[in-house]
Design a protein around this ligand. Sequence first.
Ligand code: GDP
Length: 297
Amino acid sequence: MLVLSGGTGTPKLMQGLKEIADFWTVVNTAEDIWVSGNKVCPDIDSVIYALAEVIDEQKWWGVRGDTFTTHERLKELGYDEGMRIGDLDRATHIMRSEALRSGKTLCEATRIVAKAYGVPNEIYPMCEEEVSTIIVTDSGKLHFQEFWVLKRGEPEVKDVVFAGIERARIPDDVKKKLEKEDEVLIGPSNPITSIMPILMVEDFAERLKDKKVIAVSPIVGDKPFSGPAGKLMRAKGFEVSPIGVFDVYRDFLDILVVDISDADLESENIAATSTFMKSKEDAVRLAEFIVKLFDRI
Ligand code: GDP
């Protein structure tokens, strides 16, 4: 099974999925950013930390029990690096960036980091090229991290664009694996900022048309479980509802999994179950439901 992932909802689900199924993953890199000389890949880091079971489950980013000594010291010295980077988290970024500086690709650097954390699943960035999610707001253009971390998602959103996406190429290894793959799961990630960039790398979306595709809605009723997905879906002209999520994936989706509180939407293409993951047990239960659904397609 291939899992398409962003950085919060899908890694949560992966913690359950890894207990019952084999999978590999292609992860959004359009939120990547260089901080204090190192490349931070927020979504890849969250996937690795979740699969290694070291993720901070309060925030769903960073390493559990991390300290911020270097970040605070830099501030005392008069340099604010913006993003709050933990000391242990920074070690990951240094390792990745040193691999890149020595001439390795992001695919290779990701493999090195995942191996160091003892993660057996193959994890691929959506592309090697740098792509940046830009949020067009009423107060100008902001990098996604500026919009979400520094401005706390408050500005009015007019549009979302992915700078550099035309140059992005699907990594060769991903192309090869995708040809042989039959099942694709789109986790409960932000459809606009996490999944859309992956789908827009060359003809990635087109390549999903002959596969069994299941997605899990990150929206319940008319709200996301967390994060700015609602605001961004509206800005892109989609309804903020599970139906709006279905519409984003309409061209290739077989089944959308929605929360039990949206059970009135159930149909041939929409299946309802509890999708709120408060614990690993919840994630395992949802993963089991999805694995059975694949058999039905
Ligand atoms: P981002 O990079 O932090 O935006 O990460 P993602 O795109 O992976 O995840 C954000 C999405 O995860 C949000 O739209 C949330 O609604 C969704 N999400 C978070 N927790 C849960 C959960 O327990 N269940 C479901 N179904 N969705 C969740």
